[in-house]
Design a protein around this ligand. Structure first.
Ligand code: FES
Length: 308
């Protein structure tokens, strides 16, 4: 990604729900911001240097601010904690993007399934569609924890399912009601995504983020990796990730989530067969073996050659 980093200032920070902070970001000089489409996200560099990705959840027609919603995750790796406690009005943040890996494709009907903070990329999608063409199933721990529930509850087609009073959403019943050809969009925790994937045979679009429970695959066998542009060959020992090894030679290599869902560390494969563990690439891209996420990917064979 060659898009430059710009500096945006936090114009406002408000509590959107229990544990969810909503931030409006604006150009410090008031300039119009680059356009975006529903599903897009920003790469945000925090004052500490931590890089995180947040979906845009405002109105694409509003070109003076970007709106993001951040879930506080005390057991996370610190990015959300910093945005909740150390960032306020006037803080400058580094921002790249918007990028869109989760675009809204044309369909006759849509079902949106959101779990918790997974509502954020779906909100602008819903707002861009005519009423009657979509329904939303939005689950959360409790009503108070469900961000944007007030603006959603005035829209037709929205079902809120707070777990503390209503249990988990009845996916079987909801999916069984969908006409063939419905495009299903799902964003939320890994368990919800897997449950929808197992039940829905039609078009399915998912975005994973938040604390994915998947362990970082560290492999039982080591392998060799040649970094062609750097002219170096390294050994990736069992118990280490490919990214860890690469960073020793290319300290500026781009990465962020280290869990295989953000796409920042995507790297071209020049030779060898990558073993994919990410949720960014589609099945065809994985099968082609020409690119990989080096934070979680490994090698099927004894040697890989990367364009680094
Ligand atoms: Fe996010 Fe690799 S760093 S996919």
């Amino acid at each position: 990604m060659s898009m430059p980093t710009s500096r945006l200032t936090v114009r406002s920070a408000v509590e959107e729900a229990d544990g969810v902070r909503g931030l409006l970001l604006a150009d410090p000089e008031g300039a119009e911001l680059p356009p975006w489409e529903p599903g897009a996200h920003l790469e945000v560099t925090l004052p500490s240097g931590t890089v995180r990705h947040y979906s845009l959840c405002g109105d694409p027609a509003e070109r003076s601010t970007y709106r993001i919603g951040v879930l506080r995750e005390p057991a996370g790796r610190g990015g959300s904690e910093e945005l909740h406690t150390a960032v306020g009005e006037g803080t400058l943040l580094g921002v790249r993007g918007p990028f869109n890996r989760f675009p809204l494709v044309p369909a006759e009907r849509y079902l949106f399934v959101a779990g918790g903070i997974g509502i954020t990329p779906l909100l602008p999608m819903i707002r861009s569609l005519p009423p009657g063409t979509w329904t939303l199933l939005y689950g959360g721990r409790s009503l108070a924890s469900m961000a944007y529930r007030e603006e959603l509850s005035v829209l037709p087609g929205v079902t809120l399912v707070p777990q503390d009073t209503e249990g988990l959403p009845d996916l079987d019943a909801v999916l069984a009601r969908q006409p063939a050809g419905t495009a299903v969009y799902c964003c939320g925790p890994e368990g919800l995504l897997r449950a929808v994937e197992e039940r829905w045979p039609g078009p399915l679009h998912t975005e994973r983020f938040g604390a994915a429970p998947a362990e970082r695959p560290v492999g039982e066998d080591g392998f060799e990796v040649e970094l062609r542009r750097s002219g170096r060959t390294l050994r990736v020992e069992p118990g280490r990730t490919l990214l860890d090894a690469v960073r020793e030679v290319v300290p500026g290599v781009a990465y962020s989530c280290e869990e295989g869902w953000c796409g920042t560390c995507e790297t071209k494969v020049l030779a060898g067969t990558p073993e994919h563990h990410d949720s960014v690439l589609g099945e065809d891209e994985k099968a082609s073996g020409t690119t990989m996420m080096i934070c979680v990917g490994r090698s099927c064979g004894p040697r890989l050659v990367l364009d680094l």
